[in-house]
Design a binder for this molecule. Structure first.
Ligand code: NAD
Length: 263
């Protein structure tokens, strides 16, 4: 049986740990030809590449710097010529209550979580020339009030908005570069789909660093399924959204939160 990502090329930002790393492993298991992973530290990328196996390539790039994104683009272009999957997953979170939000904190979080995604997608569009799937990592905090979380939550809400806007934009530019002409039947397989995955609490370094057992148990107690999730429970969704099995899903936000936002 053919694997669902057989023959595809993928780029994952923030691929050296947590959800990004789990997704790189899942992509390889699902048959990608090549998966590029990015992160800021080469040593962590090397470790991740060894762990992923298959055709994983680590490229150092800080997504908050457009110059780094352009270099990443050139490396990918030179190596594979085109891509099929772009998973914009790199992100950071820092807590600050209103009254304690510094300009530095604001700039740091927005430049990675929002600017990083906008410029990565903008830069990589030419490499999605055959069409493809873009997946953006948001968070359930984008739609749920949580103390000390306003800046992070605002970035994650922006990401959901980007997916909707780009879904509208890609409608017109989905295929031949001939401008905004009605799409012919032959062009439908060249469409670019953009979707969002919104995780709840996932056991990754981002969530667990500095988290006491007590707080961890408090979080668990709010989740109807009674536990935190593993990164692999997000990567399975990303793989589905990346594949042709989700061919009619566009502009959607898939929440995986154990029911947390539903009660
Ligand atoms: P993580 O800290 O394990 O992974 C974050 C990744 O992003 C790392 O690989 C890191 O190197 C990379 N990164 C950070 N800044 C970067 C930059 N400037 N340039 C390039 N790469 C950068 O955490 P994670 O939980 O796997 O986070 C992945 C995504 O999931 C983030 O966008 C995060 O906001 C989101 N998320 C996580 C949770 C959770 O509970 N863990 C919940 C909701 C959303």
């Amino acid at each position: 049986m053919t694997k669902r990502l057989e023959g595809k090329v993928a780029v994952i930002t923030g691929g050296s740990s947590g959800i990004g790393l789990a997704t790189a492993k899942r992509f390889v298991a699902d048959g990608v030809t090549t998966v590029f992973i990015t992160g800021r530290r080469q040593d962590q990328l090397d470790k991740a590449v060894a762990e992923i196996g298959g055709n994983a390539i680590g490229v150092q790039a800080d997504v908050s710097k457009v110059e780094d994104i352009k270099k990443l683009f050139l490396t990918v272009k030179k190596t594979t010529g085109s891509i099929d999957i772009l998973f914009c997953n790199a992100g950071i979170g820092e807590n600050a209550v209103l009254g304690e939000i510094s300009e530095d904190l604001f700039d740091r979080i927005f430049s990675i979580n929002v600017k990083g995604i906008i410029f990565t997608v903008q830069e990589f569009i030419p490499l999605l020339s055959k069409g493809g799937s873009i997946i953006l990592t948001s968070s359930i905090t984008s739609g749920k009030g949580l103390r000390a979380n306003s800046v992070y939550a605002a970035t994650k809400a922006a990401i959901r908005s980007l997916a909707r806007t780009w879904t509208a934009e890609f409608k017109a530019r989905a295929t031949t570069d001939h401008g905004e002409v009605p799409l012919g039947e032959a062009d439908h397989d060249k469409v670019i789909r953009v979707n969002v995955v919104s995780p709840g609490p996932i056991e990754t370094p981002m969530l667990l660093n500095g988290l006491s057992t007590e707080i961890r148990n408090v979080i668990k107690s709010h989740v109807p399924l009674g536990r935190l999730a593993q990164p692999s429970e997000i990567s399975s969704i990303v793989s589905f959204l990346a594949s042709d099995e989700s061919s009619f899903i566009a502009g959607a936000d898939v929440q995986a939160d154990g029911g947390l936002t539903q009660i």
